[in-house]
Design a protein around this ligand. Structure first.
Ligand SMILES: C[C@](O)(CO)[C@H](O)COP(=O)(O)OP(=O)(O)OC[C@H]1O[C@@H](n2ccc(N)nc2=O)[C@H](O)[C@@H]1O
Ligand SMILES: Nc1ncnc2c1ncn2[C@@H]1O[C@H](COP(=O)(O)OP(=O)(O)OP(=O)(O)O)[C@@H](O)[C@H]1O
Length: 284
């Protein structure tokens, strides 16, 4: 049996970590949404053996247990003692190590797909809790819609859909290792964004207020090491974005636009500064 699951990219409209837990894991307080830039994950179950195989059209990805999609299949296969193997083929469209949650979204797509193919009958909340064992962005990616994300990434509160908006993604040539940024967090030095005000703006469908209050507490850490972040933010604003911010631990920077014509102009302008630029929309 087989199916194809879409694995959309995520962006962090708001990203804060108020403290870390005793085991060192961060407490997250984030507003996340997914956009129509996606990987396509083909999942085929096999009755002849229990091997898990992963292939992708990206030369940058591991095809073994280091691949988050492999980890998702192995997690469900072992937890529910399934006697079947899985073939996974990933069509990568999301830039790797970009702050767009590509690996997490592929893993979430495998969780949703095998839940269906193996008739496991798990709710999205149950899949999200399992997904946390893989990566803290996987629980959100199981839902893949605008949500407030807290805890270690497992407390997902879906939000109303965003007001009309267009997003221009600009990924500089660098790749950023998420752990290398998280290791730099010094909680006494962080400037925390006002996530409560951002939540209120989303609930009020007020894009101007969203642009005024959104923030990413990790941006100064990545921007300090990679000046491209600040340069891309300035260019996005110069071409007319209503707001510009880094996603996740970076390096992708996104511009938020309330008008399609303005977004097209920002997209065209950014093509002259950055090789990887995408004009996308939040998923409804
Ligand atoms: C920042 C976000 O990208 C926002 O969407 C995510 O919430 C972060 O996702 P995440 O799953 O925490 O990031 P991963 O790519 O799994 O990196 C977490 C890994 O970073 C390493 N890590 C984390 C914090 C720290 N002080 N030192 C570390 O070495 C740990 O090995 C941990 O397992
Ligand atoms: N299916 C996958 N797709 C992309 N990266 C993967 C995948 N499986 C494992 N990885 C590894 O995970 C690391 C991070 O990949 P990913 O693209 O998810 O980063 P990211 O978009 O920066 O995530 P985040 O937003 O959480 O920082 C890379 O080093 C990559 O090699």
């Amino acid at each position: 049996m087989q199916l194809i699951e879409k694995a959309p990219a995520k962006i962090n409209l708001g990203l804060d970590t108020p403290y870390h837990h005793q085991d060192g894991a961060e407490e997250w307080n984030m507003v996340m949404t997914s956009v129509d830039l996606a990987d396509y994950v083909e999942i085929q179950t096999l009755t002849k053996h229990k091997r898990i195989r992963v292939a992708s059209d990206s030369g940058f990805l591991p095809n073994d247990q280091r691949n988050l999609a492999y980890q998702a299949a192995h997690l469900l296969q072992t937890k529910f003692n399934v006697g079947e193997g899985v073939n996974i083929r990933i069509k990568k469209n999301i830039p790797v190590a970009a702050g767009l949650g590509g690996g997490s979204s592929d893993a979430a797509a495998v969780l949703r797909g095998l839940n269906q193919l193996w008739n496991l009958g798990l709710s999205w909340q149950e899949l999200a809790e399992l997904g946390l064992r893989i990566d803290s962005d996987v629980p959100y990616c199981v839902y893949g819609r605008t949500a407030h994300v807290r805890g270690r990434g497992e407390r997902i509160t879906p939000l109303s859909k965003l007001p009309a908006a267009w997003v221009v993604l600009a990924k500089p040539k660098v790749s950023v290792s998420t752990p290398s940024i998280l290791q730099q967090i010094r909680y006494d030095d962080l400037e925390h964004p006002d996530i409560d005000s951002l939540l209120k703006a989303v609930r009020n469908q007020d894009i101007a207020e969203m642009c005024a209050v959104m923030g990413n507490v990790l941006e100064p850490l990545t921007a300090h090491r990679y000046p491209e972040i600040t340069q891309l933010k300035q260019q996005l604003m110069k071409f007319g974005a209503d707001a510009a911010q880094m996603s996740g631990t970076g390096p992708t920077v996104f511009g938020l636009c309330s008008k399609q014509s303005r977004a097209q102009r920002v997209f065209n302008g950014m093509k002259g500064f950055c090789r990887e630029v995408y004009l996308v929309r939040p998923l409804p």
